[in-house]
Structure formats: C-alpha cells, structure tokens
Design a protein around this ligand. Structure first.
Ligand code: MN
Length: 255
C-alpha cells in the first residue's frame, strides 16, 4: 500500500470511528421514530422585533353559520387563540426563540421539558392562524385542478379522501389536530398530531410535511354547538373548507 493511500484510509477509518456514536445517537434519539434521518431545518429568518399579535378573523364571527356558530368562533378566536399568543410572548422572553419568527420556532422546537410551554403556544398560534384561513363563508364543495387530481390519485376519490380524513379526525384521542399534508416526496398524506403539535415540527412530528388542510378537534372547537358529537362537527367542517386557499397552499408546496 502506498503511504498516501494508507494515510487516506487511516484518516477515513478514524473519521468513521468518530462519527459512529453520533450516527447511532441520532438513530436512537427522538421518541417519534426519526429513523429516516435527521430533519433538514432551514436557516432562521431571525430578528423578530415585535411581539406576536392576534390577527382579526378573515370574516365575521357569524359568517360560517350555520355550520360553525358565532359564539364558538368568538370564544375560539378571541379567547383561546388570544391566550396562545399572549402565552407565547411570555414564554419566549429570555430564550433563544425570542427573536425567531413563528415558522422558525415551530421548525426548531424540541421535546425538551424546557420547550414545552413554547411548543404548546407556538403550535397553538400557528395552527389557529392557519385554521381560520382554510375556512370561508359560502365555501365547501370540492377541490379543483391539480389538487383534485392529486387527491383522486392518492385516495381513490374525493369521497374516499373525506372518509379517511374524517376517520382520522374521529380517532384523535383527546385534543389534537388532523392534517392533509404535502410530503417531501410531493405526495399527499393524512396525519394527526396531539395537543398543538403540527407536521412542521421537524424535531417532534412522527411524519413531517407541509399542511394544506387542518382540522382542530379540541372540544373547544365544537362543544357549544355539537357537545360531544365530534362526527357532526367534522361533517359541518367540510361545508366551510376553503378549497381555493387549500389549493394555493398545495401549489406552493408542490411547485
Ligand atoms: Mn382550537
């Protein structure tokens, strides 16, 4: 063996030995089964200079009636969502997340106990901001264009998709969300997350992707009108899905 080759091989071997425990640790780490490898986290935008704030609903609180009632919308947006915003502002103070934009916090948040309050409230703020936008008065019906094609290809038909999404939403134990996402492979998939987690939480979600449709199945989202009848709420939700907005998000994630 030439000296140079020997040195190169020796170097590679030492690097391999040095990296082995790290790779092992990554494979073994993460409760959510991250064996597919480390998530790619985009660089932070940083330097958020103003506190998080609650945007007004994009329509009147009564605009989704009779499917989602005015009082539920008022309390859900004005009380619950506002609380996530307030608590997030308090929780990020003095932490590394203080200057991050919401997307950057969500991408970086970890399962550490010290991140728990930020995780719940950053998720709560992100999820609800998204939720108001993917609903609209006089909406519902069916998706069109590329999104419709992709749904049909993936799930067999729009009705089959609805059935699968609804079953996933019914199956969430306790509080959480059901999502339709675009995966890294540009394929559509349905998933659920507990509490205020979402599929953009690269360090936490069992399967990560870009949400294009999401349904809040916390009881606070439906209890006043539907009490414990979550299936009725899921049916009502499909009457207000803003498929145009969902399609915009689909296009952005795809192309
Ligand atoms: Mn909610």
């Amino acid at each position: 063996m030439e000296k140079r080759t020997f040195l190169k091989t020796g170097l590679l071997l030492s690097v391999g030995v040095a990296l082995a425990p790290l790779i092992q640790a990554c494979k073994g780490g993460g409760k959510a089964g991250k064996s597919a490898g480390l998530p790619t986290i985009p660089p932070p935008k940083l330097r958020r200079t103003t506190p998080f704030a609650l945007a007004p609903l994009p329509y009147a609180a009564a605009a989704l009636e009779p499917h989602i009632d005015k009082m539920t919308m008022e309390i859900h947006h004005g009380t619950h969502h506002q609380a996530y915003v307030n608590n997030l502002n308090k929780a990020v103070e003095g932490t590394v997340y203080n200057e991050y934009e919401l997307d950057d916090i969500v991408a970086r948040i970890t399962t550490a106990d010290t991140d728990k309050v930020i995780r719940n409230n950053a998720g709560g703020h992100w999820n609800h901001t998204f939720f108001w936008q993917i609903m609209a008065p006089g909406a519902g019906g069916m998706p069109e264009g590329q999104l419709a094609t992709s749904i049909n290809t993936t799930f067999g038909s729009f009705d089959k998709f609805k059935e699968e999404f609804s079953n996933a939403a019914k199956g969430v134990f306790g509080s959480g969300w059901t999502w339709l996402c675009v995966g890294k492979d540009k394929g559509l998939f349905i998933c659920t997350t507990p509490n205020q987690d979402n599929p953009l939480m690269l360090q936490i979600a069992a399967k990560t992707g870009t949400p294009i449709l999401g349904l809040d199945v916390w009881e606070h989202a439906y209890y006043l009108k539907h009490q414990n009848k979550r299936p009725d709420y899921i049916t009502a939700f499909f009457n207000v899905v803003n498929w145009k907005e969902v399609a915009l998000r689909f296009d952005k994630a795809m192309f």
